[in-house]
Design a protein around this ligand. Structure first.
Ligand code: DP6
Length: 327
């Protein structure tokens, strides 16, 4: 038996990963940049065992079906091939989220699984290789190996596509992200399917590819200069451009709900009143607001005019992957 356990925190992209050029290897069309957060994390243990006849996966104590285990099993098969291993595994994951509002993330999940496998099989992988491994489970997971700001360089192949920490002089500790939960339905179009449809059919996708590299440079320069306004503006613009591509897809789709638009309007109004804050969204209707920590209580107070306390979750910058003792 080979045992390993790890914890990873989720990350939110400020410059989005949107589109793959290689679906098997999960190589992205563009580089991306994220902030790892402390509010949501996954702990995963893995046990490779000769007595198992298939892979098993339980989530928050509930045994998952073979279908629900498919992505995990594909990841484990990739590991088995890569490291000439002949054992199935039992994976047990717990998502730690402040509410049950569907905020579980494949980013923290696959980063934790990569860390657990690294420990169980004593692979001795350094961060860059752990990031490459996590990427094979879910692209965004490669950024959750690192705390604070991370940049996923798209690279040219499996060997060169991984994330690394962006030096920031700990500036991320002065920032926060406020989640506004507007909907807890299972999302209609997964990020995987959404980006695929967009790459294949959206007449706006070319525009995304043309602008994303400059957005990334702007974000990195803003981090280096600790320029919150510049980072916020490019975060919001880049997120809007990503979501713009979905409207040009065939058939068109959108992750926005009427409530998401209400949050965006509030953010713009609050900003017009002089409080700097900027929104971003991923493959679902919840909105995340980037704000300086010193302004978080004021932002919350203003949002409480339109949203309830339990719709608002504050997250600070979080740490990178850590291994845990196996029981
Ligand atoms: C909109 O990493 O979930 O959140 O690689 O197919 O597993 P797969 O996709 P995933 O996509 C994340 C997309 C995004 C933007 C981002 O996190 O960069």
């Amino acid at each position: 038996m080979f045992l390993g356990k790890a914890r990873a925190y989720t990350n939110i992209a400020l410059i989005k990963y949107w589109g793959k050029k290689d679906e098997t290897c999960i190589l992205p069309m563009n580089s991306s940049l994220s902030l790892t957060l402390d509010a949501f994390y996954t702990e995963t243990s893995v046990c490779f065992d000769k007595n198992l006849t298939r892979d098993y996966f339980s989530l928050n104590g509930e045994e998952q079906s073979v279908q629900q285990t498919a992505k995990i099993a594909a990841f484990l098969t990739m590991i088995r091939q890569q490291y000439q291993l002949d054992l199935f595994a039992k994976v047990e994951s717990t998502n730690f989220v402040p509410t049950a509002a569907g905020l579980a993330s494949s980013a923290s999940g696959f980063a934790a699984l990569a860390g657990a496998c690294n420990q169980a099989l004593q692979l001795g992988l350094a961060d860059a290789d752990l990031s490459r491994l996590a990427r094979r489970g879910s692209g965004s997971a490669c950024r959750s190996i690192f705390g604070g700001f991370a940049e996923w360089e798209k690279g040219a192949d499996d060997a060169s596509s991984f994330a690394k920490k962006i030096p920031s002089d700990d500036w991320e500790n002065e920032l926060a992200m406020l989640f506004v939960l507007v909907d807890d339905r299972i999302k209609d179009v997964s990020s995987r399917d959404g980006m695929k449809r967009t790459v294949q059919t959206s007449s706006f996708y070319q525009g995304w590819l043309e602008t994303a590299p400059a957005d990334l440079q702007t974000a990195k320069a803003a981090i280096a200069a600790k320029d919150f306004k510049a980072l916020g503006e490019v975060t919001e613009a880049n997120g809007l451009r990503m979501h713009g591509t979905t409207l040009g897809a065939v058939p068109p789709f959108s992750y926005w709900s009427p409530e998401s638009l209400k949050v965006m309007t509030c953010v713009r109004q609050i900003r017009a009143q002089g409080l700097p804050c900027y929104f971003t969204m991923d493959a679902g209707p919840n909105v995340k607001i980037l704000v300086e920590k010193k302004n978080i209580s004021q932002l919350k107070a203003l949002l409480l005019n339109d949203f309830s306390e339990n719709q608002l979750i504050t997250a600070n910058a979080g740490p990178g992957l850590s291994t845990l003792p196996v029981e």
